[in-house]
Design a protein around this ligand. Structure first.
Ligand SMILES: Nc1ncnc2c1ncn2[C@@H]1O[C@H](COP(=O)(O)OP(=O)(O)OP(=O)(O)O)[C@@H](O)[C@H]1O
Ligand SMILES: [Mg+2]
Length: 292
């Protein structure tokens, strides 16, 4: 709606993860390098956790764009399913032809495929996003996939991406065998104040060729305070601010407009509590978000 008014080629603060808008913050870059390293070195299991909206899926999309054709990938995003259904999804996403059958038949088909790929010098990676929703029983079944190995190396690399409760789930005694096999854990924390400002300026630059100033310095400060450095909340505030700026015909978004936008924003659920989206988190909520 506000594209023309602000000279944007496209929406600067779209909610969908888009690797073209990938801002290489220290943490996002580190998470990405961790994944690339773990895949190249065939480390087996890797876990990336991060608060809601911190950028896990975005990192994953960027990763997929960087991997070469010698890496076969399956991306699983629906995690409310049984172990057998998950196995079918993995086979389908890897474009492996298979006959419906028992779990052991499916596993044997996967094993056969993995050995074939090893012979071709290919690496196979399964990425499971939203992994915090997998039940302990399914997580245990995923562990079984790591038994598919030769004497020297893992035949399959498995990446779990999930909200912080995933780490808690993995520390359950019944999942100890899986937990011991996890080669790398990485936690994606929110952006710092400086990174948050750079993030906003970067997204504006990708969306517009114009050199104009969009947000005042005070508005940028407020956006950080209200969002706590969580990219999705930053996007939400910036998008609403630009929309309101367009309605009120403001060339530059200032602190007053930013505050107004945040006060009008709907509530979101953080750890079961209602919080006004974009409203500055109090200490208790900061603690909860930090623990998630
Ligand atoms: N490094 C980044 N560069 C550009 N945009 C980012 C970055 N990190 C996050 N975002 C933006 O923030 C929003 C939320 O990111 P994303 O969906 O990746 O978070 P998430 O951690 O997967 O969230 P959830 O826990 O809800 O699955 C997206 O709109 C995405 O475009
Ligand atoms: Mg996500």
């Amino acid at each position: 709606m506000y594209f023309k008014f602000y000279d944007f080629k496209e929406a600067p603060f779209n909610m969908t993860p888009n690797s073209r808008f990938f801002f290489e913050s220290a943490k996002h870059t580190e998470a990405l390098s961790t994944l690339i390293y773990a895949i190249e070195e065939r480390k087996g299991f890797v876990v990336i956790t991060g608060d809601i909206g911190s950028g896990k899926t975005t990192v994953c999309r960027t990763l997929l764009n960087k991997l070469t054709s010698t890496t076969q990938t399956a991306l699983i995003t629906n995690t409310h399913m049984s172990g057998k259904d998950l196995l079918c999804c993995i086979l389908e996403d890897l474009e492996v032809e298979y006959m419906p059958g028992s779990k052991s038949k499916l596993l044997s088909r996967l094993n056969h495929y993995l050995i074939e790929q090893l012979r071709l010098d290919n690496n196979v990676v399964v990425i499971i996003d939203e992994a915090q929703n997998l039940t302990p029983a399914v997580l245990e079944e995923v562990r079984m996939l790591s038994n598919l190995e030769t004497e020297n190396e893992k035949l399959i690399q498995i990446i779990f991406l999930g909200q912080p409760e995933l780490k808690k789930k993995l520390s359950m005694p019944r999942l100890e065998q899986l937990c011991q096999r996890i080669a790398v854990f990485y936690h994606l924390s929110p952006l710092t104040e400086e990174e948050s400002k750079q993030y906003i300026l970067y997204r504006l630059k990708v969306a517009s060729e114009s050199k104009r100033q969009y947000f005042t310095y005070e508005a940028l400060n407020l956006i950080y305070q209200f969002s706590n450095g969580v990219p999705r909340l930053i996007n939400s505030i910036c998008d609403s601010a630009l929309l309101n700026g367009f309605i009120y015909e403001k060339d530059v978004i200032d602190a007053e407009l930013t505050r107004e936008v945040v006060n009008e924003s709907p509530t979101v659920q953080i750890s079961g509590q209602s919080v006004k989206k974009g409203v500055e988190l109090d200490d208790e909520l900061k603690r909860i978000v930090g623990e998630q």
